[in-house]
Design a protein around this ligand. Structure first.
Ligand code: SF4
Length: 510
């Protein structure tokens, strides 16, 4: 350690998807429970650096070893510094990580996050690197301490793992079969988050629609949404991601009939071609997908529907791609995370002949152009409408001249809004992150909306929330959030669109 009179410091770097971000919160909570304190996010001087890796993206390994290469020289200059590598790539590559980067102290997997502090201690004590990977989940991550990054919003896992076998996806082999938490446990965690100031919760699972199958209740997810509707103080409930094959109408009914469940749905399409879906081993077909969307829109006309699409899966023909364009045109997604297919070692599709890069790139650009047009048309529907926003932190003023702040409307669309003169950050009357603001949309752009109604004599109302009060208290140093002994003061960032890990080179989102 650099200074033995102070608590050792740590930093957790997250590569990858929302599931990893959530796991990182647990890693931070565990370290704080073991007496570590958070270093500044970009601290060069942290005593422990944990890298939570991703095995899904093509460049994940390059990023990991790039990070580790930089850390090698820091560690050489600072004896006692420790480096731990966890997450999906650690689960997959195990001891190989030490072969390539022998200066790493600890390698741990996705199933045993809880052992991180013990492994660090053991590595220090024995002066020897520790590698510990479990084949299956021993402790459900959500039962571990957590240090949350946000005040107003929290993530709650309802399940981990996946029972599907999509041929491009490495998640099942790294995260294992689906394991469902009991509803009582989930609701208790949601209530605890609300008690700590959260007003928005996102339920997380690789396939939320199959939630409950493990304990024999196929209607469990819809019931869970309705139960969230009963939690006082919980203003916004979201979830990600549903699988189109398992999507049932009781979920649509629960969404439409539970006021705090937001009209937004992230449902991965992956391809519009039934032939490609079959090759991907995804068991729905495009007409089923569009049927779900029709029923969601019939129940919630303004629902924001977002998706993931892979372009250039091996064997995709121009005709298949035209099918994807057809479905995208018909589905009218609010936005899409678009990926160029990249083969992942360890997945069935890895053996297949990839398409020429130029073909994939050209299709990708056509898809983006189409989605950009549809996204703009979706935004245009909001011109002049009054919207209710949950104020974001970390986005602050959009620009100094207009003193705009940012929030997300109920469908999760990003809105930059003006506050009245004198109410801006300098005037002291600005809404706090986590407060609810009502404004009129005065201008639209493809991936955000502008609401200058406060300056133009239109609607402007602020509802101060407990999340805002908590944010104030944290700024004054009076309040902590998270559980265990942790005391986070990180930014409050209500949920934007998220993914749970898909292959790809680039994504486009709001
Ligand atoms: S893509 Fe999603 S549904 Fe398919 S195997 Fe991966 S995690 Fe499961």
């Amino acid at each position: 350690m650099t200074d033995t009179t102070l608590a050792p410091t740590y930093v957790v770097r997250t590569l990858g998807c929302q599931m990893n971000v959530h796991d990182s919160e647990h890693m931070a909570g565990l370290l704080e429970g073991a007496g570590y304190t958070a270093a500044e996010p970009d601290a060069e001087t942290a005593d422990v650096v944990v890298i939570n890796t991703c095995a899904v993206r093509e460049n994940a390994a390059t990023r990991l070893y790039g990070n580790l290469g930089q850390l090698a020289s820091k560690k050489a200059a600072r004896p006692g510094m420790q480096i731990a590598v966890g997450g999906c790539l650690a689960q997959k590559d195990r001891g190989e990580i030490l072969d390539k980067a022998p200066w790493v102290d600890v390698v741990f997997g996705t199933h045993n996050i809880d052992v991180l502090p013990v492994l660090l201690e053991r590595a220090r004590h024995n002066a020897q690197a520790q590698v510990e990977i479990e084949e299956s989940l021993k402790v459900f991550p959500s039962t571990l301490p957590s240090k949350r990054d946000a005040i107003a919003s929290g993530w709650v896992s309802i399940s981990v793992g996946c029972n599907n076998t999509c041929t491009f996806c490495i998640v099942p082999s790294l995260r294992g079969k689906e394991r469902d938490r009991r509803p009582g446990e989930i609701l208790a965690e949601v209530e605890a988050l609300v008690a700590q100031g959260a007003v928005e919760v996102t339920l997380l699972g690789q396939n939320v629609n199959s939630y409950g199958v493990e304990f024999g209740d196929r209607g469990a997810f819809a019931k869970l949404l309705r139960a969230c509707g009963q939690i006082e103080g919980l203003e916004r409930v979201r979830f990600t991601s549903p699988h189109p094959a398992a999507f049932t109408d009781d979920v649509i009914e629960a969404m439409a009939e539970t006021p705090n469940v937001m009209p937004s749905l992230h449902m991965p399409l992956q391809s519009g071609s039934d032939r490609v879906l079959r090759a991907m081993r995804r068991s729905y077909r495009s007409e089923r997908f569009l049927g779900i969307i029709d029923r969601v829109r019939a129940a919630m006309p303004d629902a924001a529907i977002t998706t993931d699409i892979i372009v250039g899966f091996p064997g995709e023909t121009e005709e298949d791609f035209q099918e994807t364009l057809r479905v995208v045109e018909a589905a009218r997604f609010t936005s899409a995370f678009t990926f160029q297919y990249s083969p992942r070692p360890g997945t069935p599709a890895y053996e297949l002949e990839p398409l020429p890069k130029a073909v994939v790139q050209e299709r990708f650009e056509r898809l983006i152009a189409l989605q950009d047009r549809i996204t703009l048309e979706d935004s245009e529907r909001f011109a002049g409408r009054t919207v209710e926003l949950l104020v974001l932190d970390g986005h602050g003023r959009k620009d100094d001249a207009s003193a705009r702040m940012s929030g997300r409307e109920t469908g999760n669309r990003l809105v930059h809004f003006s506050v009245p003169a004198g109410d801006g950050a300098d005037g002291g009357g600005a809404p706090r992150p986590g407060d609810i603001v009502t404004v009129d949309v005065t201008k639209v752009a493809p991936y955000h909306l502008i609401a200058d109604s406060a300056l133009e004599g239109g609607t402007y109302a602020v509802r101060r929330t407990r999340a805002g009060d908590t944010w104030d208290a944290v700024q004054r140093g009076e309040h902590s959030h998270g559980d265990g002994d942790s005391c986070g003061t990180g930014p409050s960032t209500p949920a934007g669109p998220v993914g749970l890990g898909m292959p790809g080179l680039r994504r486009v989102d709001a």
